[in-house]
Structure formats: C-alpha cells, structure tokens
Design a protein around this ligand. Structure first.
Ligand SMILES: *Cc1c(COP(=O)(O)O)cnc(C)c1O
Length: 375
C-alpha cells in the first residue's frame, strides 16, 4: 500500500497526459506556451479568484507575494510554527522577524487568540506588525473571517498559504479568494500536483496581479528586455501546465472521492478512545491533503508506526519538529515557550494513507492495523 498513490491517478489519465505533453514537445513553446495561460484561466474559473499567475513552485509563490505586498527590517510577520518550512522561510530574507503563532487544538490552524497575543508581543518588542501568513493545514481552510478581521484592525497584509488546500472551501468560497494574495503549490503530492515543481498566486486586485506578472519574469515592463523592478525567474513550465490541465479535468471528481475516503475513516475511527479524528466545521470543505489523527498522549507514536509498517501500512508524521524548535529558528528568543498546543500536537499527530483512489479494502487494513497498534 502506498501513502499517496500517484500512479492510480496517472493510470486513469495517462493517454491524455501523454498527448498533451507530445503537443508541447511538437510546438516548441516550452517557456510560457499557450497552456500556461489556459491553465491560469482554468484556475481562475475553478477558484473564483479574479487573477491567477502561475510560477515555479509554492515557495516562490510566497516570495513573490511578499515582494508584492512589501516587507522590510523592523517588520514582524505572523505565521504558524506547525507547518512546512516554506511558510516562514521567505521572511528572514527581507531582514524581517517571524513571530510564530500557536494553533487551535481542533483545526490545527492559527488560533485567533494566539494571534492577538503575538501582535501584542510585536508591539512590546518594538517591531512593526506588518503581515500575516495563514496556512490551511492538511487541506482545511483556516477561520478567515476571524483572522482577516484581526488583520484589518492592525493594518496587516494577509497571505493565504494554501499549498495544501487548493480545491477546499470556506463559507462557500474556494481557496484562492482569501487574504490579499493566496499562494499554492503543485508539488506532486499536493491535492493538485504536477510532475515536477509548480506553483501559483491568486488575487482579486488588478494592480497586484500586474506586479506579480512582472516580478516572475525579472521585473519586466512592457516587454521582456525592459526591467522596471528587481524580480525573479519563476515561471511554470509549459509541460507542467499541460499536465495540470488534464488533472484539472478530474479534480472536482477527485475532491469528491477524497470526501468519501475521509468519511470512511471518520466512521471507523471516530469512536476510538485512543485517538481523535480531524473535525471539519460545517461551513468548510477540506481537500484532505492529509488525514491526520492525534494519538492519546500516553501512546508511543513510534511503536505504533512500526507495528503498522510491519503489516505494510505506511504512515507519516507532519510535523514532528515545529518550526520554532528547528535549528534555523530555535535561537530566536521571541519564539521561545509560547506555543504549547503546537508542541503538544507535534508529539501526537499521525497521518494515515490518503488519496482519492484508496480502496475500501486498503482502508480497512489501515484501520485494523491502527486499532491493533493502539489497543
Ligand atoms: C508544500 C508547501 C509549500 C511549498 O511548496 P513548494 O512547491 O514545495 O515550494 C508551502 N507551504 C506549505 C504549507 C506547503 O505544504
């Protein structure tokens, strides 16, 4: 059994993907070919965002967003510590300070109370609160109404790091429409992944979209060899756009299949006393990038993982070391000792195999192995 089975999906659409790739090879438009803008229009339609600009990966998407929104020395940016490294990584390059925020015990996303505490801490430390990077962890949108209200009150820009949640919704709105700019990643294992690196930004703001388009091609002006600002080289390859177009054709259906897999886990594990299953609020639809349970505090996670591996059930831990405890950040005194929920969750979470094509038999095997291991 595979933790994420990308081959099952490929088998389904291989002929169409092959034909698309062949077409790009024959056209020779390997950089910024017509498939790139075709994909961007398709992502706009799907998400409801006014503008989509593709780029080279999800980390660049965050960097392009920050370059667009502005950041400098003395500024503080708030983001969760319970996330992938890329979320916080770009901030130090602008000589700005990352202030990590604790997460909510149920959603694993930023807690509004902890954000308010972190903003107060920034003021006390002589830093200017400047931006908020919200993460939709494991595919579940954060509580944007609450978080955007706090950000508006403080004059913070908001980036929605939706690398794990493109396709998810919150109060009837899809990922891509939250914050000033939403970023996502097409890393192969994400819910919408290509066959290499890829990413995109979304915004409803015309001026920002124009700046992002310029920044991703060396700060170009009206044409390629006129540079009006310092930018990057961060384009999505035409071949990856072509692959994504075929994946978009089945994405809606796959989101539905992910709901079925999650519902089956919920039905079989929801009553188990030794663990808690993920809870999705009524107003949200998760895209289930991960199905992540939290084990009871007195269970030994490593033993559980190895006993499941013995019966060929793979599991993974996202994230065992939260960012504020990583070597890269652990000397930042401002982040020490403030994130009890993050530290507790990091020691107890366990992600189970999850993808749209997970069969009922395989799922039964996961559940049996888990119940046996915790029992
Ligand atoms: C994967 C991921 C990214 C970065 O995406 P890449 O395409 O790998 O650069 C950023 N943030 C989060 C939360 C992610 O999971």
């Amino acid at each position: 059994m595979k933790f994420i089975n990308l081959h099952a999906q490929q088998k389904r659409i291989k002929q169409r993907i092959d034909a698309r790739i062949q077409k790009v090879l024959e056209s020779g438009a390997y950089i910024m070919g017509p498939e790139v803008s075709e994909l961007e229009r398709s992502l706009e339609d799907f998400s409801g965002a006014k503008h989509c600009v593709s780029c080279a990966n999800g980390t660049d998407a965050l960097q392009l967003a920050i370059m667009t929104l502005g950041l400098e020395q003395g500024d503080a940016v708030f983001c969760p510590s319970f996330t992938f490294a890329a979320t916080a990584e770009v901030v130090p390059f602008f000589n700005a300070t990352v202030i990590f925020v604790d997460v909510d015990t149920e959603s694993y996303n930023i807690s509004a109370d902890s954000l308010l505490d972190a903003i107060a801490l920034a003021h006390r430390s002589g830093l200017r609160p400047k931006g908020l990077i919200v993460v939709d962890l494991f595919g579940l949108p954060a509580d944007y109404d609450k978080l955007e209200a706090i950000a508006a009150n403080e004059g913070l820009w908001v980036i929605s790091d939706s690398a794990q949640a493109f396709g998810a919704s919150y109060k009837g709105q899809r990922s891509g429409t939250f914050g000033d700019i939403t970023t996502t990643s097409f890393f192969p294992a994400k819910p919408l992944g290509c066959y290499g690196d890829g990413g995109a930004l979304f915004t409803n703001d015309d001026a920002m979209a124009e700046v992002i388009q310029s920044l991703r091609v060396h700060g170009k002006g009206d044409h390629k060899y006129e540079n009006v600002r310092v930018g990057l080289n961060s384009r999505l390859d035409t071949i990856q756009a072509a692959i994504l177009l075929e994946k978009m054709a089945i994405f809606e259906e796959e989101i539905g299949l992910r709901q079925e897999v999650a519902a089956r886990y919920h039905a079989r594990l929801g009553a188990c006393n030794e663990l808690s299953v993920p809870i999705v609020p009524d107003h949200s639809i998760s895209v289930w990038a991960q199905y992540t349970i939290a084990l009871d505090g007195n269970l030994n996670r490593q033993l559980i993982q190895s006993s499941m591996q013995e019966v060929s059930v793979p599991t993974a831990v996202y994230y065992a070391i939260p960012l504020h405890m990583q070597k890269a950040y652990r000397n930042d005194a401002i982040n020490a000792g403030r994130l009890p929920v993050t530290e507790d969750l990091a020691s107890r979470v366990l992600s189970l195999p999850m993808h749209p094509y997970l069969s009922e038999e395989d799922q039964d095997q996961v559940v049996e192995a888990l119940i046996e291991a915790v029992g």
